[in-house]
Design a protein around this ligand. Structure first.
Ligand SMILES: [Zn+2]
Length: 386
């Protein structure tokens, strides 16, 4: 089966259904179970744990796992503060895959993909995602799900429940088939809201996560949301989920967003994640993400450069003008991102504006003499001089 890359893949944290009216009208209260003991290997749950242990071993060796001790430790610490006594059992893996996904396996292995991290605007949003996954874990939803699908599904489908196909094989996961059921999602949202509130975070940020994701998915040209994402096709109610989380936030007021600490721990990776993002080729979605970041003022020069790249690569009518506008905004003032000059050069070269191209390429090589594409740009310069 050919599997398309979709923005929202996998889990768990993404599925949504229509909520009962009372769902978000009472204050959540939750008492977590004791830490789990390893189940008997002969039981179905024991078999699921053993399977996840094997996957975790493979994941540990995977080149896709981020080897960034500081960021991983930061996320691990956040999960610990949310984890309600289960902290010692939660193991965080950050996985370099440009899709929005997080999942937690019953043995305590939690994956968070970089496409999700790229879209988080603060610590509270990340706490919302992690709290939701911990909610599934505490309630052992995967065991219910296993029993539900065991009779009809292959092992690969169970793996897909945890996003492992994406982590290891670079396939997008057909989330709709494997997502948790509506009651599980509601329960995980409620528990997640409770946990993040208890840890001192603004619950309202959980609704913002959904709102931002909806904006991106809806932007995909020529398609309705439900047609482009298998996730939303099966669970066409992310707006209800967002609205319910917003109502829960009114019952659980206060807390912090934690924008600065999140930015401090991720700033050095944003460039790499944005490169991965635009390689997905989902330009309409990327434009929504980047425009939002330019507006909110988080690293606007870099965001402006990447929005220029998206416009240049998309190449629709007017896109090269838009790209130039973005590149020019990116290079105005101090510390321009050097590749923005390369972008200006590439558009000028394509338009036959030799002098502009020459100047921009020279400036790029001046600022980034060791750039990996310097040989290519030198060959363009030689060609322009000939
Ligand atoms: Zn979920």
């Amino acid at each position: 089966m050919k599997r398309r890359q979709v923005l929202a893949a996998g889990c768990a944290c993404c599925a949504s259904m229509i909520a009962p009216r009372t769902w978000a009208q009472t204050t959540p209260d939750y008492s977590a179970p004791q830490r789990f003991q390893r189940p008997d290997i002969a039981s179905d749950e024991g078999g699921l744990w053993a399977m996840m242990d094997r996957e975790e071993k493979a994941l540990r060796r995977s080149p896709l796992v981020l080897r960034d001790a500081r960021l991983t430790g930061y996320v691990q610490d956040l999960a610990c503060r949310l984890g309600d006594g289960h902290c010692p059992d939660i193991r965080i893996f950050l996985v370099r895959t440009p899709l929005f996904n997080a999942s937690m396996a019953p043995n305590g292995m939690m994956q968070i993909w970089t496409g999700l991290l790229l879209r988080m605007e603060n610590e509270a949003q990340l706490a919302a995602v992690i709290g939701h996954e911990i909610g599934h874990y505490l309630q052992r939803h995967s065991v219910d799900r296993l029993r539900d699908i065991k009779a009809k599904a292959a092992a690969s489908q169970v793996l897909a429940l945890f996003g492992l196909a994406g982590a290891i094989g670079q396939f997008a996961v057909m989330a709709s088939t494997f997502a948790y059921g509506r009651d599980h999602e509601h329960e995980a949202d409620r528990i997640g809201a409770y946990l993040m509130h208890r840890a001192g975070y603004q619950v309202a940020e959980s609704a913002v996560v959904w709102n931002n994701l909806l904006d991106e998915t809806r932007a995909r040209e020529g398609n309705e949301t439900s047609e482009t994402s298998p996730l939303f096709a099966t669970h066409p109610a992310p707006p209800e989920r967002r609205d319910n989380l917003a109502r829960l936030a009114e019952l659980l007021p206060g807390g912090t967003a934690g924008k600065d600490p999140f930015a401090a721990h991720t700033a050095h990776l944003i460039d790499e994640w944005l490169q991965d993002e635009i390689k997905r080729g989902q330009y309409a979605e990327s434009l929504v993400l980047l425009s939002r970041r330019i507006k909110t003022g988080s690293n606007p020069k870099l965001m402006q450069y990447y929005r220029g790249e998206v416009h240049r690569l998309r190449g629709q009518t007017g896109d090269h003008d838009r790209a130039l506008d973005d590149y020019q905004a990116a290079v105005a003032g101090d510390q321009p991102p050097p590749p923005a000059f390369r972008g200006i050069g590439l558009v000028a070269r394509q338009r036959g504006q030799k002098q502009d191209a020459r100047q921009a390429f020279a400036r790029y090589l001046d600022l980034a003499p060791d750039a990996p594409d310097s040989a290519l740009i030198k060959s363009y310069l030689a060609e322009l001089d000939s």
